[in-house]
Design a protein around this ligand. Structure first.
Ligand SMILES: [Cu+2]
Length: 149
């Protein structure tokens, strides 16, 4: 009953412009918008506090993209195959945190995961042939999670 009541209140607030944002921070965690294009990947913020994070990954490009999250500080440290694609099998399992696959052009997919404090790398590992290995073309970004306050 309490949940239903809260949903009702949020719906009402969302209709009234002055109430926008009133329901954006609750127990469901932090939302981070990520914009992808051919060939770039940019989180709207570079850092969040530890906890549940919902990455809303929007593909503004013309190729299908994805987003992989690894707990590695530097993209240069990721193991790669000869063509420059990240060799995900060689990333230690404990460092593979999450992934949202096949974000089609013009669409958005959400990856909701729990993140501990540390340094992460977000990247796209799609491979459309020699000159279009997305990681090699620069589809990665660092992301920092600070200790929960
Ligand atoms: Cu991509």
């Amino acid at each position: 009953m309490t949940t239903l009541h809260r949903l009702g209140v949020c719906t009402l607030l969302a209709i009234v412009p002055i109430g926008l944002g009133a329901c954006s921070s609750d127990s469901s965690g932090t939302t981070v918008d990520v914009s992808e294009a051919d060939f770039s990947l940019k989180p709207a913020v570079a850092s969040v506090a530890a906890g549940t994070v919902s990455f809303k990954v929007k593909n503004n490009g013309t190729f299908t993209h994805e987003m992989v999250v690894v707990k590695m500080a530097d993209a240069a440290d990721l193991p790669t195959k000869p063509d420059g694609e990240v060799d995900e099998d060689k990333v230690p399992e404990a460092k593979r945190i999450g992934e949202v696959e096949d974000v089609l052009p013009g669409t958005t997919k959400t990856l909701k995961i729990k993140l501990d404090a540390g340094k992460y790398t977000l990247f796209c590992n799609k491979n459309d042939g020699a000159t279009r290995v997305h990681f090699k073309r620069g589809m990665y970004a660092g992301f920092t999670v600070t200790a929960a306050t």
